[in-house]
Each structure stands twice: as structure tokens, then as C-alpha cells.
Write a protein that binds this ligand. Structure first.
Ligand code: ADP
Ligand code: MG
Length: 400
């Protein structure tokens, strides 16, 4: 999909509203514990500054539920931003209204103003028209660089674009779309494999359904594997199973067969006598999970089979850990997969909050072709859903 990107939009002297994802984690003292999201948006902000725009930066933070709640103020971000951008940043006390408009009137080219949390107003999440119009009135150009929020039809993502003449994608948004499209295109470089794991089948069944049309091989691990195994008649003990997904799992497997997609489930497991980091553990093959035990990770034989597939692949998309990687005793499967993907020459994409955390834990994040910054947004993209934040940019482009 071709999107109008910030590079193709004249910015000099313009008031440029940049929607970013500064929904950063903070500790109880309001100290930001991970500035990755700020760093990711920095190139777009810096570019607009260098082009002589008056740069208005807006984001949500947490879930203040449409009310002013100081715990969710963006002021800690305003304090950190100058250090990251190497430029001074002013902060507005709100994101709409007379005083904000006056502040913007006083801006000079290259100035940066960070607006207060968009979600202090109920109109943001409600995608309210008058709130959207108020946001739009602040600027001449709208840029969306918040891929992580692109699956939300919120005012600053969707509504605002209806009232702006010029809209476009920032660098991060562009990169996310380009990479995800390359990984999931109708014609990826083959063999193309998808590795899926994580806790729940119900979270991921939509992705499987969509990607059966696009990938050659599906590797399934993590908690979700046990619903599939149970559907196939394998005894899974006390492992995670979603009883209401068993039929769907069966249908999915036969659909994969019909479409000629190789569908690989674990053949052995690291099981624990309870769901606990200190559980007694052992490795068992399919059929060997004791009735009171829980499968916590894929076993070494499964790892070997998955690694063979990864080695052959030209395109790899990975979402969902292979086991309960938060517990050291059960992290091995996930870490082995992460390292193998890092070693592969394939075009590789990793998405999902926990999966990205696992890749960082394995110390190989810099050797993955693309680490997506979106959690829910990536999942919806992989399901083939259209994301409101991307659609809003595209529609505008087609109108002109
Ligand atoms: P992501 O955030 O990357 O999309 P998910 O949220 O779907 O991933 O899944 C991550 C969670 O799945 C982790 O908390 C992990 O502990 C859990 N998980 C993985 N394997 C198992 C398992 N065998 N049993 C229970 N939970 C599991
Ligand atoms: Mg998760």
C-alpha cells in the first residue's frame, strides 16, 4: 500500500500535529523505565523540526478514562524529551482549548510543543466529532507516527483526519507498514513460516486463519498448542486448554491440510508438577504428560524440528512465546527460537509485547530484521484486519 509519507509533505512554517505513541512504562515515582517508544518517534519529530515546522506532539498515556488524572500526565515525558531530541520542548496544560491555541500561536518555526494526555478527554476514545474538530483546528498538517495505536478508531487517530486537508505517515508508521507487508504479502519470499505461541488460541486463531493463505509452514508452540493437541486426542494433563476452542482448532488443522500448509505442533514438552518457577520439571513426549502436570515449554526434540524449519525459511514472522519464558526454568524453548531466528538470513519480523520482551531477554533484538513496536496493532495487522489509523491515512490519499 502506498501511503503519503511526511517526506512528501511541505512542512516549512506549518503547524504540524504529530500523533505519537508515548504510552511509556513508568514506575510509582513517575520515572520512565523504558524510553524505547520515545526514541522510536524521535526521527519524525526531528525531521519536522529541521524542516522548519511548528511541531505539536500528541499522545495518550495509560487509561485515565476520560478524566484529568495527574498520574497519567505526560509531564515526565516532557522532561525526558529534550534529552532524547537534543532540543527544548514546551508542554501544554491540555490538548485542546483556548490556552493551547494561544501557545501554538506563539510558536516559532522549529519549536516543539507536547500536548497533555489526549485521554484526559472522553472524546478521544469515543472518537467524538467535536473533539476531533478541536484537535484538527490546532494544526495545518496531520502526521500519524503511532503505529502502536493504529488499531484504535480514536479521535487523534481517525476522527481528526476527517477535518484535516493534509495527512500523512511518519517514518515509524511507514517502516512498520512496509515491513509487515513484506512479511505477510501474498507473495513473500519462500519458504515463508509463521511461528505462533503465547497463552491463548482465542487470541491467535484469527491470525492462523488469515495466514493459512500466505505461509508455507505454521509452527505452533506455547500454551495455545495444548488446545490443538487435545483436539487431536493427545493427553495434556493440566496444561492450558480452551475447551470452547477445540472444535475451531480441529477445523483449522483440516483447513491447513486442505491448503497444503505444513502445520507443526510440539512432539515433546517440558512439564512441571505445578505452574510455578520452582516446579519439579521433566521432559516428556506426546502422550506422556502426567494427568496432574502442566506443559510449560516445548521440548528439545520440538526445538530441533522448529530450528530446521527456521534454517530453511526466507521469511519468518514470529508472535507468541514457546513457553512460560518469564520463568527461567521454562524459557529455553523460547530463547532457542529467538537465537535461531537471529542467526537466519531470512527476513524476520517479531511482534507482540511478550515476544519482543523475550527476544530482548535472549539478547538478539538487533539481529531481527524488524521488531514491531505495536502489540495489539500487529496482531490485528496479521489477522488481515484493516487498521483505522492506516485506513484514515490511505483514504485521504485516494481522495486527492
Ligand atoms: P504476545 O504478547 O507476544 O502477543 P501472548 O501475550 O499471546 O504473547 O503470550 C505470552 C504469554 O503466554 C506469556 O505470559 C507466557 O507465559 C504464556 N505462555 C506461553 N506458553 C505457555 C504455556 N505452555 N502455558 C501457559 N502460559 C504460557
Ligand atoms: Mg502479551
Amino acid at each position: 500500500m502506498v501511503l503519503r509519507t511526511i517526506e512528501r509533505i511541505p512542512l516549512e512554517g506549518k503547524r504540524v500535529f504529530i500523533r505519537v505513541d508515548f504510552n511509556v512504562p513508568m514506575d510509582e515515582y513517575g520515572t520512565i523505565t523504558d524510553t524505547t517508544r520515545i526514541e522510536n518517534a524521535a526521527p519524525t519529530i526531528t525531521y519536522a523540526v529541521e524542516r522548519g515546522a511548528k511541531v505539536i506532539v500528541a499522545s495518550h498515556l495509560g487509561r485515565p478514562k476520560g478524566k484529568v488524572d495527574r498520574r497519567y500526565s505526560l509531564s515526565p515525558v516532557a522532561r525526558q524529551l529534550p534529552g532524547i531530541l537534543g532540543k527544548p520542548v514546551a508542554m501544554a496544560e491540555d490538548c485542546i482549548g483556548q490556552r493551547v491555541a494561544e501557545k501554538i500561536d506563539g510558536m516559532k518555526e522549529g519549536d516543539i510543543l507536547l500536548l497533555e494526555n489526549l485521554r484526559f478527554h472522553p472524546g478521544e476514545e469515543a472518537n467524538d466529532a467535536s473533539f476531533s474538530r478541536e484537535l484538527a483546528s490546532l494544526a495545518d498538517v496531520y502526521i500519524n507516527d503511532a503505529f502502536g495505536a493504529a488499531h484504535r478508531a480514536h479521535a487523534s487517530i481517525e476522527g481528526i483526519t476527517r477535518y484535516m486537508d493534509v495527512v500523512g505517515a511518519g517514518f515509524l508508521m511507514k517502516k512498520e507498514i512496509d515491513c509487515l507487508e513484506r512479511g505477510t504479502a501474498a507473495n513473500p519470499e519462500r519458504p515463508s513460516i509463521m511461528i505462533l505461541g503465547g497463552a491463548k488460541v482465542s487470541d491467535k486463531i484469527g491470525i492462523i486463519g488469515h495466514l493459512l493463505n500466505e505461509v508455507n509452514t505454521l509452527l505452533i508452540g506455547g500454551g495455545m498448542a495444548y488446545t490443538f493437541l487435545k483436539a487431536g486426542g493427545v493427553k495434556v494433563g493440566k496444561s492450558l486448554v480452551e475447551a470452547d476452542q477445540v472444535d475451531q482448532a480441529l477445523r483449522t488443522v483440516s483447513e491447513a491440510n486442505r491448503k497444503g500448509v505444513k502445520f507443526l505442533l510440539p512432539i515433546d514438552h517440558v512439564v512441571g508438577d505445578r505452574f510455578d518457577p520452582k516446579a519439579t520439571k521433566k521432559v516428556v513426549p506426546n502422550g506422556g504428560i502426567p494427568s496432574e502436570w502442566v506443559a510449560m515449554d516445548i521440548g528439545p526434540k520440538t526445538v530441533k524440528i522448529f530450528l530446521d524449519e527456521i534454517r530453511e525459511a526466507k521469511t519468518i514472522v514470529w508472535n507468541g512465546p514457546m513457553g512460560v519464558f518469564e520463568m527461567e526454568a521454562f524459557a529455553q524453548g523460547t530463547i532457542s527460537i529467538a537465537k535461531a531466528i537471529a542467526q537466519s538470513k531470512a527476513f524476520s519480523i517479531v511482534g507482540g509485547g511478550d515476544t519482543v520482551a523475550a527476544v530482548k531477554m535472549a539478547g538478539v533484538a538487533d539481529r531481527i530484521s524488524h521488531i514491531s513496536t505495536g502489540g495489539g496493532a500487529v496482531l490485528e495487522f496479521l489477522e488481515g484486519k484493516s487498521l483505522p489509523g492506516i485506513e484514515a491515512l490511505r483514504e485521504r490519499r485516494e481522495e486527492r
